[in-house]
Write a protein that binds this ligand. Structure first.
Ligand code: NDP
Length: 446
């Protein structure tokens, strides 16, 4: 049996320079290789070696004309990682930092996450180094149309079903869907996150944030606690951060921070629902910066270039991007009494910081378990599209909540240690792995 180091040497040699991908694979290898010792049939079939190689990677040119009629060129990607248990499924990210390594890490995580949802969803991820920030609606539309003009031939409701991620919200999904429909002359559920009046599911916009809170709620229950009166820090101020905050407020928690790539805002008495409405309008309509809150909301202070982890809290919700909690941040959080982390973002915590949380035995929910509510509700959107119906808000929310309860149970089943501490990283990795691995075993060497 290979050691983690030997396994990783091979991964690094085959995927040079893709640091985030190495990081994501290493975390999984540390959970799965010991599991394979006890389950050698998976090792013999080289399941993990196959899972770290995408089934297919598409890279394409995306040319478009900006408002000055100048030609702009971006890179487009789709990583189709694993289709053992269903069509490829995972978001599109538009952000200048996007490269193949980042998308491979996200697609790899997605395979495990989608397996955990219990729905028939394979794993994929895609996007572009296009930056929607500062672009006019017309420019965003032209870019999306050009992007889809290549992507459309590779996706489909039974093949690959993209959704949103950083920089891809309802506006972008609308433009992408419009172009797909025009090219294929078909109205199908090829994308999720659609508008509710044209095939979208109620609760999909809320699902990642709500689902993350539901997962942490299950973790808190294991210690006989709830959210009432808990001080929470949230990073980011996009889709995930906004709906995490909304649900936390509903459950009686005090949310004291939000952030963007410029810095964070802090309100000691906690953001109110009215404050959150201001953030919705600021971020989703005017597309402004979070620092404006300090000018407009009473009791709110802005800290330029800083992250919210220096603020004392009971529970932290990193909901912006990968690698936003470093070792020193984790130390500060633990020292200040933080005892639970719910990762709304994908891989927001560097491995050394994860070790600090686990050593302190705090409740730590990794992204693939905590933020799986988004893709779960995308799965529910696909089901509604297939049977051409629309479920009520309460029905979707209840299904989402039940999925999060089930994911929590699966993590506990595979992650509970002898002293009773639940290692949610091991739990999520092993539970996610087993379903995909069994399907791959059944389907032969493909
Ligand atoms: P949005 O684009 O709506 O918001 C992203 C937020 O994170 C913004 O506030 C943005 O600030 C901030 N951010 C992005 N990059 C950086 C950076 N490098 N440094 C600091 N802040 C940054 O994206 P989402 O809310 O959809 O996604 C947030 C995270 O959640 C991502 O990790 C995503 O993969 C994950 N996720 C999202 C799901 C979904 O359904 N949307 C599902 C599961 C996971 P700024 O505007 O300044 O860039």
């Amino acid at each position: 049996m290979k050691s983690v180091q030997e396994f990783m040497e091979d991964v690094i040699r085959k995927n040079p320079g893709e640091l985030e991908f190495h990081q994501a694979v290493q975390e999984v290898a540390e959970s799965i290789l010991p599991f394979l010792e006890k389950n050698p049939r998976y090792a013999k079939a080289k399941i993990l070696e196959r899972m770290v190689m995408p089934e297919r990677v598409l890279i394409f040119r995306v040319p478009w004309l900006d408002d000055n009629q100048e030609v702009q060129i971006n890179s487009g990607y789709r990583v189709e990682m694993n289709s053992a248990i269903g069509p490829y499924k995972g978001g599109l990210r538009f952000h200048p930092s996007v490269n193949l390594g980042i998308l491979k890490f996200l697609a790899f995580e997605q395979v495990f996450k989608n397996s955990l949802t219990t729905l028939p969803l394979g794993g994929g991820k895609g996007g572009s180094d296009f930056d929607p920030k500062g672009k006019s609606d017309t420019e965003v539309m032209k870019f999306c149309q050009s992007f889809m003009t290549e992507l459309f031939r590779h996706i489909g409701e039974n093949t690959d079903v993209p959704a949103g991620d950083i920089g891809v919200g309802s506006r972008e999904i609308g433009f992408l869907f419009g172009q797909y429909k025009r090219l294929k002359n078909e109205f199908t559920g090829v994308l999720t996150g659609k508008g509710v009046n044209w095939g979208g599911s109620l609760i999909r916009p809320e699902a990642t944030g709500y689902g993350c809170v539901y997962f942490v709620q299950e973790m808190l229950k294991t210690r006989g606690e709830g959210f009432e009166g808990k001080v929470c820090t949230v990073s980011g101020s996009g889709n995930v951060a906004q709906y995490t905050t909304e649900k936390l407020l509903e459950l009686g928690a005090t949310v004291v921070t939000l952030s963007d790539s410029g810095g964070y805002i802090y309100k000691e008495t906690g953001l109110t629902s009215e404050d959150l409405q201001f953030v919705f309008e600021l971020k989703n309509v005017r597309r402004g910066r979070i620092k404006e809150c300090a000018e407009k909301l009473e009791g709110c202070t802005y800290f330029e270039g800083k992250k919210p982890w220096e603020v004392p809290c009971d529970i932290a919700f990193p909901s912006a991007t990968q690698n936003e909690i470093y070792e020193n941040d984790a130390q500060t959080l633990v020292k200040n009494g933080c005892y639970a982390i719910g990762e709304g973002a994908n891989m927001p915590t560097v491995p050394e910081a994860v070790k600090i949380f686990q050593k302190a035995k705090i409740l730590y929910a990794p992204g693939k378990a905590a933020n799986a509510g988004g893709v779960s509700t995308s799965g529910l959107e696909m089901s509604q599209n297939s049977i051409r119906t629309a479920w009520a808000r309460e029905e979707v929310d209840e299904k989402l909540r039940q999925i999060k309860v089930n994911i929590h149970e699966a993590c506990v089943a595979y992650g509970k240690q002898e002293d009773g501490y639940v290692d949610y990283v091991n739990g999520a990795n092993i539970a996610g792995f087993v379903k995909v691995a069994d399907a791959m075993m059944d389907q032969g060497v493909v």
